[in-house]
Design a protein around this ligand. Structure first.
Ligand code: DGT
Ligand code: CA
Ligand code: CA
Length: 576
């Protein structure tokens, strides 16, 4: 990836030159940087074949820049660049990523206030040292403050749940172009990782220019990082970046394989190729100069002597070893679930009635839907007491009568999401719990207990014979709250002993269990359930994220109880 490294250096040289007030030259470096960034062939290959003369054929590369590329390929350094950095030792890239701060202003800040990086900048803004500087003022200071907040936010990762709907929309738009022949998402989005750095698209197209014009002018694009014939990059108003690459059809599979990643997975795959005397790249699998696979991912994995691996598993967590032995688990599919058992109705603050929720579940092709409203401890959520649960049961019985159509199977089940109190007891009587089809219990208070106490608390709840499922068993909220302290191995042993089911929660900011926990649970022989925790009917669709997480944890159909039809499911609850 020397092309990218060089592009980055040339962009930075351009910024340093702008900082010095040098005319014209910065644009020459930018031009070369963009050309390198989007160049098909590795610059090292060109150099090897044709020397400096070959380099000069790259658009924007003249004698002086060709010399610098040559120097970098030979020594791994560019003296001119090192000198510029030394002269003004600041993190220029970081500073100018702040909206409203260009190279020239950055120089003033360094000379007057000694600001070298984002941290220094933030300190100075908060101490109001910037506004009094000549050429700055109150407004600029305020803009810089906002810019810092933005940079910090966009430095973080984004929830898959926020990103995926937008990605799907964009895919549809691109698909509608007649020039687009094939299209796919890649990277962490395609691996359905719970948080995303940036979004990657891969396209096969007749007319790349049209695709790129369309891509960089999509609604919501606020910045174009680069636009070329093979790669373009943009920033969206929400703060995340998107890359789009156009590849030839014969390399589509190889490019998919490469850009889906993960990087860790790819590194091992490339090693396996080398051991077989082959070379794997984003262009294909090669034996010498002959391409032996590349159009599809399947043929690449096959040529490497392994099974094709679902993208959610590609994290180099042992999947490659299993694929080589042709022993990959057959992970759960996106259409394997028969129902959802963690749903809240308007009985306790949900947006929809039980009937509305049920209609939606039916429409999704489910065989059953479980209503599991909160119980009495959670007063803010109108937790139900024993009497109200009995009343709710009548409503559910009536609804089920309506659904009794010959030849059609659908049933609403009544559960609850009870609270595990500090000592591990449940906030509602065993009598009432016994009457339900199933019971979910979860921790909803006092999250900051010691590890030992929290583990004991949950285990005691599991030992209650009426408790079937533990909801959101780790309690994390992504980007806001860490998991609570628990001894997960101990929890697994207790779950196995008591036959308690652990929930994979599909809410994009929860998604507990994570992939590692799921794999551990599966190995321990603990059953799991994928639920949405819906508070309105449209949230039933969030199940996709829970299934993805289960796939990332290698869960098979038999590990997940709500892949069972109703009768099989009810067996797990041992109610009769
Ligand atoms: P992200 O964006 O941080 O959520 O994670 P990814 O996995 O989407 O990473 P990204 O966008 O940097 O790159 C997309 C894919 O390209 C990545 O999954 C694998 C491939 N890739 C990127 N850099 C390298 C690399 O240095 N070596 C190899 N073998 N593959 C790479
Ligand atoms: Ca990415
Ligand atoms: Ca990327």
């Amino acid at each position: 990836m020397k092309n990218q490294e060089l592009a980055k250096i040339f962009y930075e040289i351009a910024d340093y030159l702008k900082m010095e007030g040098t005319p014209f030259k910065p644009f020459a470096y930018e031009k070369a940087a963009l050309a390198l960034e989007t160049l098909e062939e590795e610059v090292a290959e060109i150099y090897k074949r044709e020397g400096k003369l070959g380099l000069k054929k790259i658009p924007g590369v003249g004698e002086s820049i060709a010399q610098k590329i040559e120097e970098y390929l030979k020594t791994g350094k560019i003296k001119y660049y090192e000198k510029l950095k030394k002269k003004t030792p600041i993190n220029l890239e970081e500073l100018i990523s702040v909206e409203g701060l260009g190279p020239k202003k950055t120089k003033v800040l360094y000379e007057k206030l000694g600001i070298k990086n984002l941290k220094d900048l933030e300190k100075a803004v908060k101490a109001h040292k910037i506004a009094p500087l000549f050429g700055f003022g109150e407004k600029t200071e305020k803009n810089i403050l906002e810019g810092i907040a933005f940079v910090k936010r966009s430095k973080g990762r984004f929830l898959l749940g926020e990103i995926l709907p937008k990605v799907k929309e964009i895919i549809e738009k691109l698909k509608s172009l007649k020039e687009v022949e094939m299209i796919s998402t890649c990277g962490s989005v395609r691996r359905m990782k719970e948080t995303i750095g940036d979004v990657d698209f891969l396209v096969v197209a007749k007319n790349p220019k049209k695709i790129m014009d369309f891509f960089v002018s999509l609604p919501g694009v606020i910045k174009i990082w680069g636009k070329g014939m093979t790669k373009s990059s943009v920033r969206m108003k929400e703060g995340f970046d998107m890359d789009l690459r156009v590849v030839p059809e014969k390399s589509f599979g190889a490019a998919l394989q490469y850009f889906i990643g993960s990087k860790e997975h790819n590194i091992v795959l490339r090693k396996i190729a080398i051991e077989k005397g082959l070379k794997l790249s984003e262009y294909g699998l090669f034996k010498g100069s002959k391409m032996i696979a590349g159009e599809s991912e399947e043929e690449i994995y096959e040529a490497l002597g392994m099974e094709w691996i679902p993208s959610e598993m590609r994290e180099n967590q042992g999947e490659i070893e299993l694929a080589l032995k042709k022993k990959l688990p057959k992970i759960i599919g996106y259409n394997d679930l028969k129902g959802d058992l963690h749903c809240h109705s308007n009985w306790n603050g949900g947006a929809n009635s039980i009937l509305e929720m049920a209609e939606k579940a039916k429409e999704m092709g489910y065989e059953y839907l479980g209503i599991s409203d909160h119980t009495k401890f959670l007063r803010i959520e109108h937790g139900l007491n024993e009497k109200e649960l009995a009343k709710q049961k009548k409503e559910i019985d009536n609804i089920n009568k309506k659904f009794q159509v010959p030849g059609f199977k659908f049933q609403v089940l009544q559960g609850c999401e009870a609270n595990i109190l500090n000592d591990g007891s449940i906030d509602i009587s065993d009598e009432a719990l016994k009457k339900l089809d199933y019971v979910i219990a979860g921790v909803h208070s006092n999250f900051k207990m010691s590890k030992e106490k929290m583990t004991e608390r949950i285990i005691r709840a599991m030992k209650n014979p009426n408790v079937d499922i533990i909801s959101h068993p780790t309690g994390r909220i992504l980007k806001r709250r860490d998991e609570y302290q628990i001894d997960f191995d101990k929890i697994l042993r207790a779950a196995k002993e008591t036959g308690t089911i652990l929930e994979i929660n599909s809410y994009p900011e929860r998604l507990d269990l994570n992939d590692i926990n799921i794999r551990k649970a599966k190995e321990a022989g603990v059953k799991m359930i994928i639920n949405t925790d819906s508070h309105q009917k449209d949230q039933l669709r969030l199940i996709e994220f829970g299934i993805a997480q289960a796939r990332r944890g290698w869960a098979e159909k038999e590990d997940i109880i709500n892949t069972q039809p109703l009768e099989g499911l009810l067996k797990f609850f041992q109610r009769s």
